[in-house]
Design a protein around this ligand. Structure first.
Ligand SMILES: C[S@@+](CC[C@H](N)C(=O)[O-])C[C@H]1O[C@@H](n2cnc3c(N)ncnc32)[C@H](O)[C@@H]1O
Length: 411
């Protein structure tokens, strides 16, 4: 795996997040290099700059290498991007002092004079981000958008013009182009949520633009809804919750359970929270907070003492544009580490991903609960001597309030 970025005299060592991931994927791409080169070639002065969708901090570290005092605001929806950028800055001895972080729902600050942006995979989300920019950028502001040349076409340029201002693309360099948009200063209304229901389960779902399967129920999730595990579960984690569909149905099946929703996407966590409220799932017979919501990388910040008895998981098989199974690996390892002894990981996946091989390696057991031509539901149970010892020393399976669930980062 290459970790040395070298462009226009800037040298950086960059890792993806988490840095120990089992993949050969790079932490940046040629579109990042193109954007940095473009700024250097045009001798851009360090003005108030907003960086949007900087995967693991290549753009941020690049600008801070040009000038350590470059005033920067960073917008991201992904916790792994925030953690990866922070890690890469410190690895390159760059200070994060001049940085302001915002998520994709926070109000953007006034006074931005330049925007650097990476084209995200999800184009509805991209339109949403452009509309957000239109609300704060004065006419004539330059917005540079880096993307693979093959992703840039007439319709994309029209989307940018419609939502922010006139746009044109540079010549191709390393199979990427930089789009320059000059804002027209007209604020656009933000999009509303995308709403649908699952009538057979009496669930209403509302999604923000960057939520997985925002437009309709995912087929993997559908099979999970039809095949919830059997048992007495009191503390359930919806790991990679998206809009929360699995955790919401788990509460319908196990009304005495406390449900913990976790996702890398801030918009997903916010949607899951909204959907919990929308579906009025609180059991009046229970005390305390019956659902918690965490913007996190897998179970990184869940307190060691918290031991769920069921983890539901429909793992992602890509990170940004890259197809990878390392997040599934990380989710399974975290699940094994955190489940109480005897606890169950209930997973859905595409058959060809062969998750059973991973689960067998980690849990030493794996059963097929259901399968059809395309998907399979697998279950692994945490049973180990070591787990029993761990259980005795530190764990409790009782439900915890949010404050007890999350603490300092462990990874
Ligand atoms: C296949 S989707 C499943 C969403 C939802 N559970 C469903 O079944 O519709 C996978 C989810 O994992 C989330 N995810 C990706 N990387 C993650 C990470 N490192 N930690 C937590 N969640 C992550 C994604 O944002 C996405 O919402």
């Amino acid at each position: 795996m290459t970790t040395q970025l070298s462009v226009s005299g800037i040298e950086l060592e960059l890792f993806r997040y988490p840095s120990r991931q089992e993949s050969n994927l790079q932490a940046w791409d040629a579109a990042d290099e193109h954007l940095i080169k473009h700024l250097v070639d045009t001798e851009q002065a360090p003005t108030n700059t907003l960086i949007v969708n900087d995967n693991f901090g290549a753009l941020t570290a690049g600008l801070l290498s040009i000038n350590p005092d470059w005033p920067l605001t960073l917008e991201t929806d992904a916790k792994t991007s925030l953690l990866g950028t922070t890690q890469n800055l410190s690895r390159n001895q760059l200070s994060a002092d001049s940085l302001t972080w915002v998520n994709s729902r926070d109000e953007l600050p006034q006074g931005i004079q330049l925007v650097l942006m990476k084209l995200p995979k999800n184009l509805n989300y991209f339109s949403h981000q452009l509309k957000r920019l239109s609300q704060v950028l004065p006419a004539g502001t330059q917005v540079f958008i880096g993307a693979k040349a093959k992703s840039i076409n007439k319709s994309l340029l029209e989307t940018i013009s419609r939502n922010l201002g006139a746009a044109s693309a540079s010549l191709t360099w390393k199979k990427t182009r930089v789009i320059t948009c000059i804002t027209d200063g007209k604020p656009r209304a933000l999009p509303t949520t995308i709403d649908w229901s699952v009538p057979e389960f009496n669930l209403k779902i509302s999604n923000l633009s960057n939520v997985f399967a925002a437009n309709k129920l995912d087929i993997g999730a559908r099979i999970m809804l039809d095949n919830m595990p059997k048992g007495e579960f009191k503390s359930i984690v919806d790991l990679g919750c998206g809009n929360g569909i699995l955790g919401l149905h788990a509460k319908q099946c196990f009304p005495d359970a406390y449900i913990h929703f976790i996702d890398d996407s801030e918009m997903a966590v916010t949607s899951a929270k909204a959907n919990w409220a929308l579906n009025k799932l609180d059991n009046p017979e229970l005390v305390g907070q019956q659902a918690t919501f965490a913007w996190d990388d897998c179970l990184t910040n869940m307190n060691e003492g918290f031991r769920p008895d069921l983890i539901l998981c429909n793992p992602p098989f890509h990170q940004g544009e890259a197809i990878t199974d390392h997040i599934a690996w990380q989710m399974f390892l975290d699940a094994f580490r955190r489940l109480k002894n005897g606890g169950i990981l209930h997973v859905v996946g595409n058959r060809h991903l062969a998750y059973h091989v991973k689960l067998k390696r980690i849990f030493k057991n794996c059963t097929t609960v259901e399968s059809n031509g395309k998907f399979v539901i697998l279950q692994a149970q945490k049973i180990s001597k070591k787990a029993q010892e761990l259980e005795q020393s530190s764990a409790t399976s009782a439900p915890h309030p949010q404050s007890a669930l999350y603490g300092a980062a462990k990874r």
